[in-house]
Design a protein around this ligand. Sequence first.
Ligand SMILES: NC(=O)c1ccc[n+]([C@@H]2O[C@H](COP(=O)([O-])OP(=O)(O)OC[C@H]3O[C@@H](n4cnc5c(N)ncnc54)[C@H](OP(=O)(O)O)[C@@H]3O)[C@@H](O)[C@H]2O)c1
Length: 280
Amino acid sequence: MKILILGATGLLGKPLVREWHGDDVVGFGSRDVDIRDEARVHEIVHGARPDWIVLAAAYTDVDGCESHQELAFAVNRDGALNVARAAQSVGAKMLFISSDYVFDGKKNSPYEINDQRNPQSVYGRTKAEAELGLLQVLPDCCIARTSWLFGAGGKCFPDTILKLAANRTSLDVVNDQRGCPTYTVDLSRAIIELCRKNATGIVHVTNAGDCTWFEFASEIVKDAGLTTEVRPVSSQQMARPAPRPAYSILSATSLGQYGIEMPGWKHALRRYLEERKSAA
Ligand SMILES: NC(=O)c1ccc[n+]([C@@H]2O[C@H](COP(=O)([O-])OP(=O)(O)OC[C@H]3O[C@@H](n4cnc5c(N)ncnc54)[C@H](OP(=O)(O)O)[C@@H]3O)[C@@H](O)[C@H]2O)c1
């Protein structure tokens, strides 16, 4: 297969390119193609003539989206639709990466693929609107919703915690948001499988298990052999511009239908820490 990855320079894009063996893969970052530029997207897609386009490009600064709404919608919704129209014009299939933030977090059992979208943040709205638009342009596209990404070679929660823990005796971390941390290497492997299995529709893809940010941080500090005290606090105590869902566990049922099982997040965290150490 011929694969075109947009967002290839990002936290997910890098391992996706690295993990994808046995197919003809080409990847681009924003310097090569700005997905807001429909003509350029068209040119790139027609040049590559891919079987699959994986769209991992996005404006991912969740708090930044609150103060840069126009940019957020231009990249995350309109850019995604530019890619979908180009995919349609060359007969390519498309896999779009979406987010748990399309949900409001008011459930207390894992979110299924057909649960109602009700985003609470601008970022979540851009993703929800992109999903709806994509399903109109390319009804057979695949929408892979994921959450709480971490991986080597970019800014992510474990990296931030390790840097802070190295210089502090204690850290305050929110304990009232529960979700599924997801290692970009495991997500990449699942995405490759989904494309090979001609996946269509919405699929939830996260590492198995769940935790709060406080529990995640505690595990990171423990696994790294640090003695920093991690203290639980509420979201109210750590106010951020964008509201986050209190509960955003994504059910693994949809992924299971493709015969794909994800490793647990604690195991994934240990592999991430090893990867980080060997890259240092
Ligand atoms: N990070 C998370 O916790 C998380 C959670 C759920 C879903 N997701 C979704 O997962 C996907 C991958 O996220 P990530 O964490 O890998 O993001 P990231 O590290 O911020 O990388 C974003 C990628 O998008 C590219 N990009 C940004 N603006 C662009 C534009 N206007 N035109 C073309 N390319 C552009 C960047 O290119 P440059 O490097 O050239 O700037 C980079 O390759 C995104 O769709 C994100 O919304 C992420």
